[in-house]
Design a protein around this ligand. Sequence first.
Ligand SMILES: [Fe+2]
Length: 225
Amino acid sequence: MRRDDPASWVGPIRPEEEDESKGNYRKGFRWQYRTIGSEDWMVQLLPRDPTIWAMTQQLLGEGEVLEPEGVRGIYCTLPSGDHDRGANGCHVDAHPFHLGVVAYVDDVDPGGGGFRVWAGSHRTFYADFDSAYCMEPKQQYEVDRKRLSQGHSIDCYGQSGDVVFWHHRLGHMAAHNHTRRIRQAVLYDFRKKDLVDKQNEPPADDMWKDWSPAVRQAAVEGAAP
Ligand SMILES: [Fe+2]
């Protein structure tokens, strides 16, 4: 892979260059560089950025969010080139958190591997687990996952510096990249201070129970898909 030669950025990673280590994972069309995720400038760049931090507290509650100490790292999706990457399909992340952010380091054009979301699916998936935050899917999860995967999804493309905020039970995928530019994003998952105590509670009747008064007072529009 050469910095000045976009043709060399097309995936998949050649078998002899694969690396499944956590710090610098490279396989297929994914390159996940996690080593620098704990560096202070990376944390300041996204979750501790004053604007992002203020919006997060507005959504989850003032003083209730854990101070960010490290981001997931830089997650890249290599261009697909002529490779057929198959159909789109959604999943829900397995680790407990409240609110995710995906921030683009470089411009992500339409079809460029932006975060792909199934709008409203968090309202369906929220009830599909035995707990509100952990990964114990009921049988209904796979039923809903297959059904919703057939439906409409949204490509969250954007410019360098744009940030996607997403609910932890939202169905999503790391979309295929049909452009010539490597999709580069920094990811972080916000958690509230009481998550460890509450993560095994069953899904609540009000799925916004743990969110801020501002969110809970907002008007609800639409229905669960
Ligand atoms: Fe995911």
